[in-house]
Design a protein. Structure first.
Length: 79
């Protein structure tokens, strides 16, 4: 099963400003939710610019990887 069919990526910004203009103290959240169970399987709290980069990379891999490959790849990433 493709990762994009098994997981949903949710990015929540800690403010209204885009990452480029955001306060460096702001914290953005990235969450990967399993579609079948609705349970969060991965979660990160990151500064705005790092969250933007990570979310972009995750979206690309969601479209190109299998579900288990995606999960094992991102489970080892530290924030």
């Amino acid at each position: 099963m493709r990762a994009k069919d098994a997981y949903r990526l949710i990015v929540t910004r800690g403010g209204r400003a885009p990452a480029l203009l955001a306060d460096p103290e702001r914290v953005d959240h990235i969450e990967v939710v399993e579609i079948d169970s609705g349970e969060a399987i991965l979660f990160w709290d990151l500064p705005p610019h790092a969250a933007t980069r990570q979310a972009r990379a995750m979206r690309a891999e969601l479209n190109s990887m299998e579900a288990e490959e995606f999960r094992s790849r991102w489970a080892t990433v530290e924030s």
